[in-house]
Write a protein that binds this ligand. Structure first.
Ligand SMILES: [Zn+2]
Length: 233
């Protein structure tokens, strides 16, 4: 409702051009010219898009307080006349998805999502939203970040989950992290590997527990290895 009333107030001069609405998560705000912003967004129905928010850096801008990260946004925009960026005409933010203690981890998750889903990709919103919700369900933000990053990498099709061997698919009792992958004892074939902790194999079941330092260190190392591979292509 808020979005509708805002849109009605802001859109009057632009009625002649087709408007589009959608739900979105904001990935980045980039200053543009003197007072505007370029927004990178994951939208529910239009995938990843970029929009221009004219005047949104001005203190008086009505859009400005709504253009926050880590909250779902209701958007309205007009498409570009030719090719190029559409222009945001109204925005209303929903409730924040994370408590303040989890914000830093949430921002890292958005940065990862920005790497995984590119402009023109038709998906990303549901995957990112789900991962942020997962992070928010963890008592410890650091454990939540590891679980949510693994979930996002999995949902983006980048990795399998850590509860089965990435080579043969076996849901073995013991799985090992070796050479940047998850291996069962058979596929490990004598190579060096460290057993993957139960919390990392089934993070949802362990979200209310305090993870020990060794598990956190292993989780960080696994995510770091996977992200490095993603960045290096
Ligand atoms: Zn295997």
């Amino acid at each position: 409702m808020v979005a509708r009333s805002m849109a009605a107030a802001t859109l009057a001069p632009m009625r002649s051009r087709a408007e589009t609405t959608d739900q979105a998560l904001l990935l980045r705000r980039i200053p543009f010219r003197e007072s505007s912003l370029v927004l990178h967004l994951l939208t529910r129905d239009h995938g990843r898009i970029a929009l221009l928010a004219r005047g949104a850096r001005r203190p008086s801008s009505r859009m400005r307080p709504h253009l926050t990260l880590l909250a779902p946004l209701s958007l309205r925009w007009v498409e570009a006349r030719c090719s190029g960026m559409g222009t945001l005409t109204a925005v209303a933010r929903g409730r924040e998805l994370l408590p303040p203690s989890h914000h830093l981890a949430g921002l890292e998750l958005l940065a990862l999502a920005a790497r995984l889903f590119h402009e023109g990709d038709g998906h990303g919103f549901a995957e990112c939203h789900r991962s942020l919700a997962l992070l928010g369900g963890f008592v410890l933000p650091e454990a939540g970040w590891i679980a949510a990053a693994l979930e996002l990498l999995h949902r983006a099709g980048w990795i399998d989950t850590l509860d089965r061997c990435w080579r043969c698919g076996s849901p073995a009792d013991r799985l090992f992290w070796s050479a940047g992958g998850c291996r069962c004892g058979t596929c490990l074939a004598g190579a060096r590997g460290r057993e993957i902790g139960q919390e990392l194999r089934r993070p949802l079941a362990a979200r209310e527990f305090r993870w020990d330092d060794a598990t956190l260190a292993q989780g960080r190392e696994i995510v770091r290895t996977l992200v490095r591979r993603l960045v290096e292509g």
